[in-house]
Design a binder for this molecule. Structure first.
Ligand SMILES: [Zn+2]
Length: 374
């Protein structure tokens, strides 16, 4: 069974999702009416582009880095190794990060690395203790309801199919790679959209200083603000996903530093969705597995059932549906009126609201509901 390119069966609910919604077969309609469903938006609330950040490793600099990200309102996946001695002091700050819309991802318990990767090494590195254990630690110490992501320590084993399958079987929806530092492959993998293989997901570029390894090899960094910003501009122009990776211990902090000048360039834009990696890949999966069918309108202008087989305990995202409407209607989902979207920054993934422009409207809702236009 190929678990790499398809959701694991444990992430799906059995049975008929329409029946679970209480929709009967004779309620289905042909969808011809004053309101037309156009499609699911590529990004939440039909944002123009996406910024997603991940920060790796368990050091005291994680706290400074999170404070800095909050100042620029950028959302990150914090990949932590839960067996590290510093964890005791980090958990309170990480609980605040979860409340603020960041994500905690598993980066094993012990962060075992090697420059000479072997199958035996990878079997140990992907053991239940390291993978399930790190995920369990996050659930036990924080209010985060699920652990969606994994990052391979030092990028080891990311290219091995069995490793990717282990991560999928553990319940993750995505895993981030880190291509070889010793050949400078980690600097600009140049991914500008979703990785077709979410279990060895690359990223656009690193933003961090170089360093020397314990065996004396110089590893390059990427700190030229002009080059960093130009790469972002390229992805933004293509309406893509800009994903960047940093190690908080390889940064400088302060408004004049390369890191913060880059954050200032990419932050604060109201046509960008700022979202951590797990909820981003979950959105992608949920969009591909969400169906919208027209129902008999009854006394409304139009009604639609929006449903998905994916387990809503894992796929907790909202999705955005685009409609064409000649007259702007009032919209309810599950019987409750949807609020108009008011905030300018798009930095969450589970809100429910409606946004309008002329004869278009975008409904952002969690699937498995009936929407009515009145
Ligand atoms: Zn690491």
């Amino acid at each position: 069974m190929d678990l790499v390119r398809r959701p694991s069966p444990i992430l799906e609910c059995p049975g008929d999702p329409l029946a679970r919604l209480g929709v009967l077969a004779d309620e289905l309609a042909d969808g011809v009416g004053p309101i037309h469903f156009i499609g699911l938006s590529r990004y939440l609330d039909d944002a123009r582009a996406v910024v997603t950040h991940s920060i790796d490793d368990t050091t005291r600099y994680v706290c400074t880095c999170l404070d800095t990200l909050d100042a620029y309102d950028i959302k990150a996946t914090v990949f932590i190794s839960t067996g590290a001695p510093e964890m005791g002091r980090l958990w309170p700050r990480l609980r605040k990060a979860v409340a603020d819309g960041h994500e905690l991802g598993a980066h094993s318990r012990r962060h075992r690395c090697t420059a000479r990767e072997s199958l035996l090494f990878c079997i140990a590195a992907l053991s239940r203790y390291e993978v399930h254990g790190a995920r369990r630690d996050i659930l036990a110490h924080t209010q985060q309801p699920y652990v969606w992501t994994w990052a391979y320590p030092c990028g080891n084993c990311a290219d091995r199919k069995f490793a990717q399958r282990m991560i999928a079987l553990a319940g993750c929806v995505a895993a981030r790679a880190y291509p070889g530092e010793r050949g400078d492959a980690h600097l600009v993998p140049d991914l500008q959209t979703y990785d077709p293989n979410p279990f060895a997901a690359r990223y656009t570029q690193v933003v961090q200083k170089g360093y020397n390894t314990e065996d004396g090899v110089r590893i390059s960094g990427r700190t030229d603000v002009k080059a960093l910003n130009a790469k972002f501009d390229e992805v933004y122009a293509a309406q893509g996903i800009y994903s960047f990776v940093s190690h908080p211990q390889m940064l400088d902090y302060g408004p004049d530093t390369f890191y913060e000048r880059h954050l200032a360039h990419i932050g604060g834009r109201n046509d960008i969705w700022y979202v951590p990696m797990g909820p981003l890949y979950a959105y992608h999966m949920l969009c591909r597995h969400t169906s919208v069918v027209a129902l008999k309108a009854n006394d409304a202008q139009a009604r639609f059932a929006v449903f998905s087989r994916l387990d809503s305990r894992v796929y907790r995202n909202s999705v955005t549906l685009e409609f064409h409407a000649t007259r702007q209607p009032r919209v309810t989902a599950g019987g409750k009126q949807l609020a108009e979207r008011t905030t300018s920054m798009l930095n969450r993934w589970d809100g429910e609201y409606v946004r309008r422009a002329e004869q278009r409207l975008w409904l952002t809702i969690r699937p498995n509901t009936v929407v009515e236009f009145r």
